[in-house]
Design a protein around this ligand. Structure first.
Ligand code: GCO
Length: 452
């Protein structure tokens, strides 16, 4: 048993990370434009002003996807490119860009998967309080309506939000990402409630204005907990810790259940309701109904995990990593087991078909004297991770896998210093060069992962 015949082998990107054309053709400002424009936030002052210039090179990029045999491509729409002020006047040039991209993908036989929000909060919305303003629910819904009206004749697959854990936690709690704010914990709970309601509103609007039946999902993240052994008690320990609410208030956004239970169960996790009681906003039944609009699939971005076992005291505990534990260039641990246990635990709990909406790594990729980019570490990493995913595919309803990323791109606060792509981008010339891993991935797709 392995991957299903129609398994969606894909790659992912996001708007600001690749598009460039940040001040062209009527695009509005968003919080990342503003944040990267100020000194001291981003590695060596890099910005997404040009990025991979995908805005002008999308045809070439789609041709590469076809050449690679990708079945699916997950990209995001920049809210401020289609609605420069976040609401109101539509920017037809922005609509045309995404419309052409979609046509090109379909012409090349690559299925488009749209993410509505991969962090480009329009600055005009931010000025009105952004996620703190309950009106954002309606504004985000109207944006979703526009997307449905213009694109759902050709696009069937949608994800609402990418990683609320990050855009709320890093953007507003630790302040490492745009808009770089360290807000009180109480504000963050208020905001998060609006974020979840905005998700629900978007699901409703997408369905209401869809031109065909849609498959709608959500793309949160979190580090996975995997068991040290396959003894039932270790598995139970990993499961418990994976869905637990963190105790650390400055880190509370890093969890699965606060962001997913409300959507799938219509309720916040009890553990969090108790622990954070003093910070919680008013939560009504009507809110919960909106948040828990039925979705069709569950996406999760999975990069790594923690090894967990059941302690002698009957409580889950983290197993310390040994010295010299393998790490990626960005220092993230290499833990292939997370691609078996992550989807398995999520499927078990939420009972929805699963997509891995992102997975990958950054390596110290360089252009060699022979003109090629050799990235054995990436091939080894992907082979290990996908072997685990294959095991999961034999046990649960697993629909697709999106490698992060199609090509090197703007890695947020780290600028262009991290290379996550299957395709190497020479930023000085915008030349795209296939890394060894891109050829490897193509061969893997051709055999539907059989050799793993
Ligand atoms: C995220 C985002 C991506 C990142 C990738 C590597 O997971 O933070 O979805 O935009 O680039 O994950 O950090």
């Amino acid at each position: 048993m392995g991957f299903s015949k129609d398994f969606a082998w894909g790659a992912a990107t996001s708007a600001y990370q690749i598009e460039g054309a940040a001040s062209l053709d009527g695009k509005g400002l968003h919080i990342w434009d503003v944040y990267t424009g100020e000194k001291g936030h981003i590695y060596e002052g890099h910005t997404g002003e040009v990025a991979c210039d995908h805005y002008h090179r999308y045809k070439e990029d789609v041709a590469m996807m076809k050449e690679m045999g990708l079945k699916a491509y997950r990209f995001s729409i920049d809210w401020s490119r289609v609605l420069p002020e976040g609401r109101g006047k539509v920017n037809e040039a922005g609509i045309a860009f995404y419309s052409n991209l979609i046509d090109e993908l379909l012409a090349q036989g690559v299925e488009p998967y749209i993410t509505l929000y991969h962090w480009e909060l329009p600055y005009e919305i931010y000025k009105r309080g952004g996620w703190m303003n309950p009106k954002i629910v309606e504004w985000f819904g109207d944006y979703a309506k526009l997307v449905a009206e213009r694109f759902s004749d050709r696009v069937k697959y949608f994800f609402t939000l990418n990683e609320p854990q990050c855009f709320v936690g890093l953007g507003f709690l630790t302040g490492e990402h745009a808009p770089g704010i360290q807000a009180p914990v109480r504000d963050i709970f208020e905001m998060s409630h609006n974020v979840l309601k905005a998700h629900g509103q978007a699901v409703q609007m997408l369905r209401q204005y869809a031109k065909q039946p849609l498959i709608i999902g959500y793309a949160p993240t979190s580090s996975v907990c995997y068991p040290q052994t396959e003894k039932p008690e270790d598995i139970e320990a990993a499961r418990q810790m994976f869905f637990a609410m963190p105790e650390d208030e400055k880190n509370w956004t890093w969890n699965v259940s606060w962001w997913s239970d409300p959507i799938l169960f219509g309720e916040y996790p009890e553990e969090g309701m108790k622990r954070y009681e003093k910070y919680l906003p008013t939560i009504t039944q009507e809110d919960m109904k909106l948040i828990s609009q039925p979705i069709d699939v569950y996406g999760q971005n999975i990069y790594n995990g923690k090894c967990v076992r059941m302690g002698d005291d009957g409580k889950p505990e983290i197993v310390k990593r040994h010295e010299g534990f393998p790490r990626t260039a960005m220092d993230w641990p290499v833990t292939p087991q997370c691609l078996y246990w992550g989807p398995k635990f999520l499927y078990e709990r939420y009972q929805k078909p699963i997509y891995i909406t992102e997975n990958g790594l950054s390596c110290h990729d360089t252009l060699s004297l022979d003109g090629q980019v050799h990235d054995p570490n990436r091939i080894d990493f992907l082979a290990r991770y996908l072997k685990e995913l294959k095991r999961a595919a034999g046990e649960i309803d697993l629909r697709g896998y999106f490698q992060w990323s199609l090509m090197d791109n703007f890695e947020w606060a780290r600028g262009y210093s991290e290379r996550f792509g299957l395709i190497y981008v020479d930023y000085a010339t915008q030349k795209r060069i296939w890394k060894d891993s891109a050829y490897w991935y193509r061969a893997l797709i051709q055999t539907n992962g059989e050799e793993l």
